[in-house]
Design a binder for this molecule. Structure first.
Ligand code: FES
Length: 104
């Protein structure tokens, strides 16, 4: 089952920006691309880096440590050395807040 958790006000995440935060004990990355607001696990599947310390280029999240990149919409790997996708979470807007759906 999924529970939606209030994260940050929508205005805290401008277009083209990323934000790392802890939600219900998980390290979550929020991104806002031209396709909307997305949430992924913040810890890179390749190592211990936080993607929130990397860069967002369009829909591509680039890891700061070894340069792997992921699609911020799905978590899919776009470039190595990472092989495993990032877990992606649902997002929604409610009363001006971004909410993230996390598994119970
Ligand atoms: Fe992210 Fe290696 S830790 S690419």
């Amino acid at each position: 089952m999924t529970t939606f958790h209030r994260a940050v006000p929508e205005s805290d995440l401008p277009d083209g920006k990323m934000l790392g935060l802890e939600i219900a004990g998980r390290d979550v990355l929020l991104c806002r691309s031209r396709d909307g607001i997305h949430a992924l696990d913040n810890l890179c599947t390749h190592g211990t880096a936080r993607l929130s310390e990397g860069r967002l280029r369009g829909v591509r999240v680039i890891c700061p440590l070894h340069g792997a990149s992921f699609d911020c919409r799905s978590g899919a790997v776009l470039a190595p050395p990472a092989r495993d996708p990032q877990t992606a979470y649902e997002t929604r807007l409610a009363d001006g807040w971004i909410e993230v759906g996390l598994p119970d």
